[in-house]
Ligand binder design. Sequence first.
Ligand SMILES: [Zn+2]
Length: 173
Amino acid sequence: MASSKAHHATGFAAGVIAAAVVARIGGGSHGGAFYVGVLMSFVAGVGGSTAPDWLEVAWWSGSRRLWIAHRTLTHWGIGWIALLAVSYRELGHSVYAAPAFGFGCGGLMHLLADWPNPLGVPWIARRHSLNLWNSGHCDLIVVAASWAAAWFVGRHMGLPDIHGLDLLQQLRL
Ligand SMILES: [Zn+2]
């Protein structure tokens, strides 16, 4: 895996991305619930970014053994993408969609962070690796890329403008 520091740093970026998307798409004017959804998607995004690794540890049994092989099912690309797709469609319809979407964003970000190192990630069936560097190396590139993505999504969603204006309008009315 990429180092856990890198996973956390990219996780915050995933949280920002999820929150930006939820704010834009799951939005409308639902008042308090709207902001709770945005916040939950952010928190779930941060949590989801380390999920593929802690999901494979049998933490509930008290031992730290893995209950499945490292980087198999919990790192399955299709599973995370499916979660993302389904929850995205439910945004604005179900209260569970926002945290599920955030969790999916985080998980996918984790897979992307794991991808360049030699063990690779099982996106579809077999593991695939970009084979660029070993774990822990070049974390900065991974983290920078994730924040570049967050910046791009944030801008694309036009978030600060829209919310600034919304708030101003509400204050005037
Ligand atoms: Zn991992």
